[in-house]
Design a binder for this molecule. Structure first.
Ligand code: PLP
Length: 397
């Protein structure tokens, strides 16, 4: 097993080497241990392993697997947490982190602007099991301060919200939560593990859908929870391994390969996103452009302090409402109409009729999800080709 030794590796080195395990064959690439179980040399060893499994000893793939473990160790090293647990999807990570630590009567404070499935877990699942949830405007620290009480067990938010790219001040919310003894759980998908320093800023538990930037090529569903060894091993692992939301070794292998290029990819996409946002802001066919890397974004300073750049998504308003937005989507030649994000391929999403279709109109209004709104996830194509594609789709030539 490769260790970083005494010197802490930098990000790109970690992304390529951290957590690697090699079998007796000394294979160069990470191996896929596509096995549910493990053979014990004798009955005594089996007994011993069930008492306490060592670092390179596994029992059953739902509990852990060498390929999955490589991925967990690599992302924990990247995120700066002691440990991590990989899950079957981002939602298995979000629901697992919450369900593992909460019980009936507990109180949670959550940002209101959430990914649809996260909102379902908060509004339906947790409340059905007797957990009280208070929703706040995530960008407003005064609302967090008013909602968090000494009995609050956890706070939950997406560090950058979908699709209107509003930021939560992680340090500010963590200070309020920690004073009350509440755990800070951050869904950090839009920030990516490259731009995030959520742990440094006070998050206790960081959750990713690895389906997005970590895979980076839209192939597999996956998720991961990064936290202290105590939280991962004592709280999360017993829940996950007995309820079945573990990541498959094949998926872990895809994610390991995605991580090798993660830093290069998200930096390229973010640089292109910045250029695209600046370009869109000058076009009369476009209303407001929401991009945290633009000085016009109300939380531009926070975005720079928290992430160092504006990220890989650009949201903007097509002048002319739904009809114009649909015409724009249908005219795109490079960007694809879909609802994933963090892919090598640029993706255009019309939130009002897809990802946020089910929300009642007053909630869409409150979240700023207007009929002309488009969310772009910027991929890895040549940025000038993308700008030409957007221009022609907006009828500029
Ligand atoms: C995609 C996403 C999820 C859910 O992840 P899946 O891998 O689709 O289960 C959760 N939170 C955010 C912010 C997401 O973008």
């Amino acid at each position: 097993m490769a260790k970083s030794g005494t010197k802490e590796w930098k990000t790109r080195t970690k992304l390529v080497h951290e957590g690697s395990r090699r079998s007796q064959y000394g294979e160069m690439a990470e191996a896929i241990f596509l096995t549910q179980g493990f053979v014990y040399p004798d009955a005594e060893s089996a007994e011993q392993r069930f008492i306490k499994a060592g670092e390179d000893e596994f029992i059953y793939a739902r509990y852990g697997n060498p390929t999955t473990r490589m991925f967990e160790e690599r992302i924990a090293a990247l995120e700066g947490t002691e440990d991590a647990f990989a899950t079957a999807s981002g939602m298995a990570a979000v629901s697992g982190a919450l369900m593992a630590m909460l019980r009936a009567g507990d109180h949670v404070v959550s940002a209101r602007a959430l990914f649809g499935s996260c909102l379902y877990v908060m509004e339906e699942v947790l409340q059905r099991f007797g957990v009280k949830v208070t929703f706040v405007d995530g960008a407003d620290l005064a609302q967090w301060r008013a909602a968090v009480t000494p009995g609050t067990k956890a706070v939950f938010f997406e560090s950058m919200s979908n699709p209107t790219l509003e930021l939560v001040d992680i340090g500010g919310v963590a200070e309020i939560a920690h004073q009350a003894g509440a755990l800070v759980i951050a869904d950090n998908v839009f920030a990516t593990p490259i731009f995030s320093r959520a742990v440094e800023q006070g998050a206790d538990v960081v959750v990713y859908s690895t389906t997005k930037h970590i895979d980076g090529q839209g192939r597999a569903l996956g998720g991961v929870v990064c936290a202290s060894r105590e939280f991962i091993r004592k709280t999360l692992e017993p829940y996950m391994k007995h309820t079945g939301g573990s990541m498959s070794p094949f998926t872990a292998w895809i994610m390991l390969n995605g991580m090798a290029t993660l830093d290069l990819r998200v930096r390229a996409s973010a640089a292109a996103a910045q250029k695209i946002a600046e370009t869109l802001a000058d076009w009369p066919q476009v209303g407001r452009v929401i991009y945290p890397g633009l000085a016009s974004h109300p939380q531009h300073a926070l975005a720079m302090a928290q992430m160092g750049n504006g990220g890989t998504l650009v949201t903007f308003e097509v002048v002319g409402g739904k009809v114009a937005a649909f015409a724009f989507c249908n005219a795109l030649q490079i960007a694809k109409i879909s609802n994933n994000l963090g892919d090598a391929k640029t993706i255009a999403t019309h939130p009002a009729t897809t990802t946020h279709q089910r929300l009642p109109q007053d909630q869409k209004d409150a979240l700023g999800i207007t009929p002309g709104l488009i969310r772009l996830s910027i991929g890895l194509e040549d940025v000038d080709d993308l700008i030409d594609d957007l221009a022609q789709a907006l009828g500029r030539n």
